[in-house]
Design a protein around this ligand. Sequence first.
Ligand code: GCU
Length: 670
Amino acid sequence: ADEDGHELWLRYRQVDEPRLLASYRRAFTQVVKAGDGVLASAQAELVRGLSGLLGRSIGVVDAPTRSGAVVLGTPESSPIVRSHCPAAELEKLGPEGYVVRRARVGKVDVVLVASAGERGVLYGAFHLLRLLQTQRGVEKLNVAERPANPLRLANHWDNLDGSVERGYSGTSIFHWYDLPEIKPHYVEYARAMASVGINATVVNNVNANAEFLSSEMIEKLAPLADTLRAWGIKLQLSANFASPMVLDGLETADPFDPAVRTWWRDKATEIYTHIPDFGGFLVKANSEGQPGPVDYGRTHADGANLLAEALEPHGGIVIWRAFVWHGPETWADEAFETFQPLDGEFAANALVQIKNGPIDFQVREPAHPLFGALPRTNSMMELQVTQEYTGQSTHLCYAVPLWKEVYDFDTHGAGPGTTVASVVGGTAFDYGHSGVAGVMNFGSSTNWTGHHLAAANTHGFGRLAWNPQLSAEQIADEWVRSTFGSHRSLVTVLTGMLLHSREIYESYNSPLGAGFVQGGGDHLDPCVRCNEPWHQSDASGVGFDRTVATGTGTTGHYFPAVTSVFESLDTCPDELLLFFHHVPYTHRLRSGKTVIQHIYDSHFSGLENASRLRSLWQGLRRQVDPRRHREVLARFDRQVDHARQWRDTLVTYWFEKSRILDRRRSWVQA
Ligand code: GCU
């Protein structure tokens, strides 16, 4: 059958392997009524999922009557959970953690999905469904999980006019003007987010229209918050720092002005009257033209603390973005130099949200030097799920391997082993709040993400936020099976395509860490010449000298063990060479190749590999339904054409700069 992709990875088609199907049918026979709110969502999802996967309707019962009954709940909601799961064990896993296991209740064997909190029950239900979606054995069920990151946040860059900043799959999924009307797809959205553990969402752009905090809007947003709450998701809003001026005509937004403080306190009270579990604010201040505390000679901490103070009585948080820059020369340094000296000055309910790298979501960057450098400031990481610089909705670029590199990066902030994962997970330092945010790729396209395969990034973002230790292979395999089914060759081929796609994109886009080569405002097409300030190519060589010895000193922002690796040409990894060093075109890489020859080769092999992705996908014609196959193939057609444009533009550019011939080919050079 033709599929349009709107179910994403929650398709729940009947398991096609007869023996597994039979064993699943024995293992899960009914669902015991769970309760209201989030518990009702967990129950509904389980009924829906099991009914689909087992190909028979699964009933809801008041108490288990048959073996294979699934009992969902917390110790408060379910007497069976109370008597069969030691409270201490559930407490240890926290309100979002869960156990999935078998137990004997009277005369029947049941499956318990239990947690200390309702959210944990919901996540446990999705876990159980995932086992079936990925065709795991369920003879022995002994699952105990808890999330690594407390805050797992979606960031939508959606505007009041329905457009989406850096959105490549249509207009906003949120129909602001129709609120408080709740569209059915809001529930589908919430299910998709909850299925991968997202527990909060900022629904509007960080370049924030102050209108989002108007009284009218807050009232309209309340039912949306109710809908999300049923799936364990807190609503948050991006706040414009000048809101008191824009909305109510105050003369200033100075954080030290008493009237401004009162305004924010009243605003918070108003919001919580309508949305009692409002998550809090996300703020982009004094960045790219946005207003902020620096306009009044105050610091970013002063600004954050103003909002934190207003939210504190209600349990809300303020997330303050560290993304500040004023030009290519200092771009990699400004966030560090602005925020590191403020360590310890942010309120207990404030966090600093730091992009994964010091530039701006490039296909390859080192980890941001602020990770590990703010031991006394709650910190979280911002990843970009939407593919602003990585091919948008045309190119396949699976970001999970990239994100894992960042999570695994050892900052040395509290000694060796202080990975970014341990920093933003809140274990390295004594953070009260921490976690990870993803700038979302959802839009009004039928399949949400435009390119069907881009949904793998949405899924992967959430799964890694839950557990950064999962391997990219595992996550990709899980997404492929849930989205397209478990046909063996399909799983192998498509998983492999996903896992190689980032390297492939990088190789025709921006090898060796050269960085920002996309042009204009749209960040899709090559504009290598206009971006010379970023990659610093000239007749003598290529790359940005960010060393302490001779460059901007960015390497010095890392902890000494890291600085020494990046600072020296002998130890700097080749893939980041041009990010940190300006080298002659004839500089030799570890492979023995010169930099210029590597650049040429990489653009040629990149295009070949993009074509290979296309033919691998073509070969999956029989394993994928016609509509999705056709739509993805059309994207690959464009990717290959565009990769050719990238190759031709960049090799020509670097030949003209270096005047060194490609030793392997005779493509140029007339
Ligand atoms: C990038 C992006 C902008 C966005 C900004 C941000 O520069 O191109 O559209 O507003 O990041 O993260 O604030």
